[in-house]
Design a protein. Structure first.
Lengths: 296, 448
């Protein structure tokens, strides 16, 4: 049987094959990825796409959480100031029930209470990055205005929620009406009540008004729990999201990452095979009967 | 003496065949020639038969037609697979990045809405949503445009391939006549047949062919029976664009596009008519579904002015939805974040975000639909790559077999050179000897 007298093409094909294997190993080593195009592993590529989307979504959640933390901390510290202010009002009220005060003293206290009302209105109108914190969802206008008939609420009772993880939402605000004008625990109402009582000089009225301010204060402190809880939830959420990011990155690696040790070995094997193919070609190609015939 | 002189000529003829082989040892498609030497009919005188020397019957090419036919089959498979790999890889490039492009930008768009939910009246965050929407639109438009460009490239190649086929078939037809006239005279067609077979191999790169030997030469048809070459006549194919601009292939007025399999042309048509449309329609459905669902979620809410939300995206349905996908608004206050008309409400953003998880007509969410496209493109490309590797091996094997039959072995030719040269020298020696004998006789009879 006659054999193929021209092995050159086959030898070349073998050399090209070993070269291609070398190049693949080199690409994996330099990119660190086993899957550099969907055709390298279609299922892994599709899953990696979803993985990347999850990572991106989690990055956004972390950003939103951070925004919410600032917002809620501002609200909470405002309420803290409000509590301090109301405590001042209660002290003044108690002082005024001391029967020894003169009408002009009472008038001074009343002026101070008016000042406190102004401060309280200012606090209730706190805004954060251009939006009013205690206006419900009418956040583009001042929620509390002071008029002849007292303090009016211009906001609504809307509440917003923000998604802080897949399937998890967090309520992000309490309306000003709920915080400061709840019936039975009305901050502005009770302050005005004290002011009026001081005006009249009626000790009983002063005492009643002071109790009303106390109960509004207690109620407000209770409401602050909402903000404390929310901030603590956000902290937990951050921890969970960061952990999930770590998990997803590990999955990334499992899906498309190259096993560097394995690839380095593959590259070394491919290089050896390539050199062997070249050496074999060098030996075989020049062989011919003509090398052995005498030249004459 | 004439016998020896004749022998000289015969050995010389054999040497010529050998030298032709050596000269053509690297010519592609060359079949080695073998001098057929036969004994001349002996002359019988009484009881004695005198040999009459050697005859050079013919110089025959050594070839195996069956192997040649197999080569045509393997060649078309390899070219088919290679063409598919070429175009599928181009398509795959549109979907291969995990950090940029359509997939990541779908997520980025919804992320911008999540950001907005923390501060719904913020104009800069609303601008962010518009910007993300515009990125998404340019991704859809860009991908659709690239796929259309790839299709255009394929159409141009269809025309080129059809022209090439027509050139080849007319050349083959001319050679066909020459080859069969040699064969009919009992002569070896030699180089002419080599040339014709080379052209047929080139033809089989372009499309699958069937070849049948008849008394008038080879009849060559396409895989499904459309005549290309019959005897000395060739039959042209025409490429004519249809209403969508896709080049269709006609033979004698009949549209045979769907029946062309194999070779470059078959590979082109498979990708252009079977695979690319599925990708384009998945993309279009993704675009129109996403836009429709998002627009519906917009109408459930209110914009910054307290008006009911309007359409955010422009889209069309069916083919071209991706190319026509764009953002319909430029005023960021028109994003319908509010659920009750109040300015600071983000209650409708949950509906806008919900579109991420809403099933499209594909039955899957937008992102899953996209990753499905990535998967199907990757699989098709991987399959074509495997077919390409396998068929390359197939071609190599047949080529090796043909070479073992018809290939020139320099070692063999070198040793033939020596043989025929020696025989030539020996025959010349015979002539010299006979000449000397004649001289002796002449001297003998002429006296001293």
């Amino acid at each position: 049987m006659r054999v193929n007298p021209n092995p050159a093409n086959d030898i070349l094909a073998a050399i090209q094959q070993t070269q291609a294997t070398e190049q693949t190993a080199l690409q994996e080593l330099s990119s660190g990825k086993r899957v550099n195009a969907p055709s390298d592993d279609p299922a892994a590529a599709a899953n990696e796409m979803r993985n990347q989307a999850s990572e991106s979504r989690i990055d956004q959640y972390l950003q939103s959480v951070s925004s919410m933390q600032s917002q809620l901390q501002t609200a909470d510290s405002t309420l803290n100031s409000m509590v301090t202010t109301l405590n001042q009002a209660v002290s003044l009220g108690v002082e005024a029930t001391n029967g020894t005060l003169s009408p002009s003293n009472l008038q001074q206290i009343q002026e101070q209470i008016q000042g406190i009302i102004g401060t309280a209105v200012q606090l209730a109108n706190t805004s954060y990055q251009g939006s009013y914190l205690f206006a419900g969802t009418e956040t583009n206008q001042q929620p509390f205005t002071q008029g002849a008939s007292g303090v009016t609420y211009n906001g609504n009772d809307g509440v917003n929620s923000v998604a802080i993880a897949d399937g998890r939402n967090l309520q992000s605000n309490l309306p000003g009406s709920q915080l400061f004008q709840q019936s039975g625990s009305d901050v502005f109402g009770s302050l005005q009540q004290l002011s009026d009582a001081l005006q009249s000089g009626d000790q009983n009225a002063i005492s009643t008004a002071t109790s009303a301010i106390s109960s509004a204060l207690n109620y407000l402190s209770g409401q602050r729990v909402f903000y404390g809880n929310a901030l603590s939830q956000l902290n937990d959420d951050q921890t969970n999201l960061n952990q999930e990011t770590v998990n997803l990155k590990a999955q990334d690696n499992a899906l498309v990452g190259a096993d560097t040790t394995q690839v380095a070995t593959d590259l070394s094997t491919a290089e050896t095979a390539h050199e062997a193919a070249l050496a074999a070609a060098a030996k075989i190609l020049p062989q011919s009967l003509l090398n052995y015939l005498p030249t004459n | 003496m004439l016998l020896a002189a004749n022998a000289l000529l015969v050995q010389q003829g054999a040497l010529e065949a050998t030298s032709n082989n050596i000269a053509n040892s690297n010519t592609p498609g060359y079949s080695r020639e073998v001098p057929i030497l036969t004994e001349a009919t002996p002359a019988v005188e009484g009881n004695v038969a005198y040999g009459r020397g050697v005859q050079l019957q013919q110089i025959a090419s050594v070839r195996d037609q069956l192997l040649q036919f197999r080569l045509y089959g393997e060649t078309q498979q390899q070219n088919n697979a290679d063409t598919q790999v070429n175009y599928l890889t181009q398509i795959e490039n549109q979907f291969s990045s995990t950090t940029s492009g359509l997939g990541p930008d779908i997520t980025a768009f919804f992320n911008s809405l999540n950001q907005l939910s923390t501060d719904p009246t913020s104009m800069s965050q609303r601008q962010g949503v518009l910007a993300a929407g515009n990125n998404l639109a340019s991704d859809f438009q860009g991908t659709a445009a690239q796929l259309a460009t790839i299709k255009q490239g394929m159409n141009q190649n269809v025309v080129q391939d059809v022209n090439q086929i027509n050139t080849l078939t007319s050349e083959i037809a001319k050679l066909n006549t020459q080859v069969s006239s040699f064969q009919n005279m009992g002569q070896d067609p030699g180089a002419t047949e080599d040339q014709r077979d080379q052209l047929i191999t080139q033809l089989s790169q372009l499309t699958q062919i069937s070849a049948i030997q008849t008394s008038e030469g080879l009849t060559i048809t396409t895989g499904n029976g459309t005549a290309l070459v019959v005897a000395n006549k060739s039959y042209d194919l025409q490429a004519t664009p249809d209403a969508t601009g896709a080049q269709q292939i006609y033979a004698s007025g009949q549209n045979i596009t769907g029946e062309i399999t194999g070779g470059q042309l078959g590979g082109l048509i498979t990708v252009r008519d079977q695979f690319l449309p599925t990708v384009q329609s998945s993309l279009d459905n993704l675009a129109s579904g996403l836009a429709t669902n998002f627009n519906a979620a917009q109408t459930q809410g209110f914009d910054l002015s307290g008006n009911a939300g309007q359409a955010f995206f422009n889209t069309t349905s069916g083919a071209g939805a991706a190319a026509n996908f764009s953002v319909a608004i430029t005023d960021p206050s028109l994003i319908a974040a509010s659920s009750d008309g109040s300015v600071g409400s983000n209650g409708n953003i949950v509906n806008l975000l919900g579109v991420q998880n809403q099933a499209l007509s594909s039955g899957q969410t937008p992102l899953d639909t996209y990753s499905g496209i990535v998967f199907s493109v990757g699989s098709a490309t991987a399959q074509a790559q495997a077919a390409s590797q396998a068929s390359t091996l197939g071609v190599q094997q047949v080529t090796d077999q043909i070479s073992s039959v018809s290939g020139v072995s320099l070692d063999e030719e070198t040793s033939n050179l020596i043989r025929f040269q020696q025989a030539f020298a020996a025959a010349a020696r015979v002539i010299t000897t006979i000449d000397q004998l004649t001289q002796t006789v002449m001297t003998m009879t002429s006296g001293s």
